[in-house]
Write a protein that binds this ligand. Structure first.
Ligand SMILES: *[C@@H]1O[C@H](CO)[C@@H](O)[C@H](O)[C@H]1NC(C)=O
Ligand SMILES: *[C@@H]1O[C@H](CO)[C@@H](O)[C@H](O)[C@H]1NC(C)=O
Ligand SMILES: *[C@@H]1O[C@H](CO)[C@@H](O)[C@H](O)[C@H]1NC(C)=O
Ligand SMILES: *[C@@H]1O[C@H](CO)[C@@H](O)[C@H](O)[C@H]1NC(C)=O
Length: 267
């Protein structure tokens, strides 16, 4: 008898616990739904959100402010459009993929942010790599040079591309203050990168131009004079002068090879 009562009591208690849990979770639902009805996610109008990314981005909560690295309780335009380095990382397809979901998502993003989307600022890199880097990004599917697209591409190929752009088009032996890896990580982890100080590079390039020009003129003139003297001596009938003539011409050629060539290849 006692046992039966106890069992019934236990059932009632358990039932009550389960019941109050379910009422509590029912009570929580409407509050969640309020800020994410089918039109809005926080401040953001998602009625035109691309279907292909809806599950990945909206249903899965990947666009919540905390996932994007913002502190506001609800998603704001400022967070989505300006602060978050990779707001579209929830995309099921990357920029390099053939599928156009990425493109739809970026179009939606650009429209929703109305032109206030963070771009890769060309002033963050040396002038001599800008065209090359932007061409690389374009080939990878980032036609609009948004930070969002940039940061979603795999890191190493970008760093390698910037490094080889530098090697291909920038003056060689400048002890560079530009670090492609640091540049990439500042943009994608901190959201901003200080402008590259072009002045040091520019004055180096100017110095190289001056050295090249002045050495070419100086050594060129000396070599021409030596060659003329050498030819004069060779033309002379005096056999003894032939050795001197050859020596003059050899010295002229040596000067060009030993001074002009290094000045052009090593700097
Ligand atoms: C959805 O939420 C927004 C703002 O949070 C509100 O203005 C709008 O009326 C809501 N729409 C519906 C259908 O509840
Ligand atoms: C949300 O965006 C859609 C499509 O751009 C638009 O038709 C609708 O009016 C917007 N809703 C609000 C409340 O602005
Ligand atoms: C978009 O921005 C432009 C100017 O930057 C402004 O004139 C326009 O009203 C904005 N449109 C929307 C829908 O916010
Ligand atoms: C190479 O550098 C020059 C001068 O800075 C620049 O005008 C040019 O666009 C660069 N080329 C590439 C491919 O980056």
């Amino acid at each position: 008898m006692y046992r039966l009562k106890a069992t019934v009591l236990t059932f009632i208690l358990l039932g009550h616990t389960v019941y109050s849990d379910s009422t509590r979770s029912l009570a929580r639902e409407p509050r969640m739904l309020k800020s994410r009805n089918s039109t809005y996610f926080g401040e953001i109008n998602i009625s035109n959100f691309p279907e292909c990314a809806y599950t990945n981005c909206i249903t899965s909560d990947q666009l919540s402010p905390s996932r994007l690295g913002c502190v506001e309780p609800e998603l704001t335009t400022d967070c989505l459009c300006s602060k978050a380095p990779t707001p579209l990382s929830c995309s099921p397809e990357g920029p390099s993929d053939q599928d156009n979901c990425w493109a739809s998502l970026e179009d939606w993003f650009a429209g929703e942010c109305n032109g206030s989307v963070a771009l890769i600022d060309s002033s963050t890199m040396p002038e001599c790599i800008q065209d090359c880097v932007f061409n690389f990004l374009k080939n990878e599917g980032c036609a609009t040079q948004t930070r969002n697209c940039f940061c979603i591409l795999p890191r190493n190929p970008i760093v390698q591309a910037a490094t080889s752009c530098y090697a291909a088009n920038c003056t060689k032996k400048k002890a560079s203050s530009f670090s492609p890896a640091e540049w990439h990580d500042n943009i994608c982890n901190l959201g901003e990168t200080p402008a590259y100080d072009q002045s040091g590079y520019d004055s180096y390039v100017t110095m190289v131009h001056r050295v090249r020009l002045s050495m070419a003129i100086l050594v060129g003139l000396i070599s021409i004079v030596l060659t003329v003297i050498g030819i004069g001596l060779l033309w002379d009938d005096d056999e003894d002068d032939n050795a001197g003539g050859v020596a003059c011409i050899v010295i002229a050629i040596a000067l060009v090879l030993l001074i002009i060539v290094p000045v052009y290849t090593a700097l």
